[in-house]
Design a protein around this ligand. Structure first.
Ligand code: SIN
Ligand code: FE2
Length: 220
C-alpha cells in the first residue's frame, strides 16, 4: 500500500515524499532519491574510477567491513593515527573528486524537507556494503560544526538501520531502509548513535549484491 503511494507520488511537489519521523530532529523520507537513481549511480561510478572503494583501518587496527570513498572538498578517512577529514585522498595523493551538483542539491532538498533549510554539505562519504558488512553503533562527531544535519541516502539492497539516542546504551530502534530512502538527523538528534546491521544477501536490479550509502555532512 505505502509502496504504491510512494511510487505514484514520488517527485510531485504538491504532494511531497512520505515522511516518517524517527524522533525529534530525525526524519525518514521514503523514496526521496528514487527519481534520481540513474544519475546518482552514474555519478558514483565516475567517482570510483578516480577514487576507488577501499576498506580502511580503524585506529584500533581493525579493517572495516564497509568499503569507503568520498567526494567533495573533504573526505572522511580513518587509519592507525585516527579519524579525520582530509582534503586529499591518501591513496592517490590527489583531492577527492568534486561533489556532483545533483548530490549537493538532493542533500539540500532532503535537509530542507526535514526542517533544516540551508544545508551546504562539503563532504560526502560513500559507503559500500556487501553481504555481511555492517557498521557498529557510533556518533558522527568529527565535524567542526554540529549545527548542520546529516543526510544519508540509501541505494541498492535493503538494510536494517539502527537509530538510537544520545547515549550508546539507549535502545536503538530498527528501520528497514530501501533503495532511494533518505534519512536526515540534526538539531536534538545530531549526535544520535546509529549503525547498520550486517547486510543480508540479495540481488538488487541496479546495484546487484550491494548497498551503497551516501552520507552528506558539513565537515568544516
Ligand atoms: C554511516 O553512518 O556513515 C552510514 C550509515 C548507513 O550506511 O546507512
Ligand atoms: Fe555515521
Amino acid at each position: 500500500m505505502r509502496g504504491m503511494t510512494a511510487d505514484l507520488f514520488d517527485g510531485l511537489d504538491d504532494v511531497g515524499p512520505a515522511r516518517e519521523p524517527l524522533g525529534p530532529g530525525a526524519m525518514l523520507l521514503r523514496g526521496f532519491a528514487r527519481p534520481h537513481e540513474t544519475e546518482l549511480i552514474a555519478a558514483i561510478e565516475a567517482i570510483i574510477t578516480q577514487a576507488p572503494f577501499r576498506q580502511m583501518v580503524t585506529p584500533g587496527g581493525h579493517q572495516m567491513s564497509v568499503a569507503m570513498t568520498n567526494c567533495g572538498s573533504f573526505g572522511w578517512v580513518t587509519d592507525r593515527s585516527g579519524y579525520r577529514y582530509d582534503p586529499v585522498d591518501p591513496e592517490s595523493g590527489k583531492p577527492w573528486p568534486a561533489m556532483p551538483p545533483l548530490f549537493r542539491k538532493l542533500a539540500e532538498q532532503a535537509a530542507r524537507e526535514a526542517g533544516f533549510p540551508g544545508f551546504a554539505p562539503d563532504a560526502c562519504l560513500i559507503n559500500r556494503y556487501e553481504p555481511g558488512a555492517k557498521m557498529s553503533l557510533h556518533q558522527d562527531r568529527d565535524e567542526r560544526d554540529i549545527g548542520a544535519p546529516i543526510v544519508s541516502v540509501s541505494l541498492g539492497l535493503p538494510a536494517t538501520f539502527l537509530f538510537g539516542g544520545l547515549k550508546r546504551t539507549d535502545k536503538a530502534q530498527r528501520y528497514r531502509l530501501l533503495h532511494g530512502d533518505v534519512v536526515v538527523w540534526g538539531g536534538p538528534a545530531r549526535l544520535a548513535f546509529h549503525g547498520v546491521a550486517p547486510l543480508a544477501d540479495g540481488e538488487h536490479g541496479l546495484l546487484g549484491r550491494r548497498r551503497i550509502n551516501l552520507t552528506f555532512r558539513r565537515a568544516r
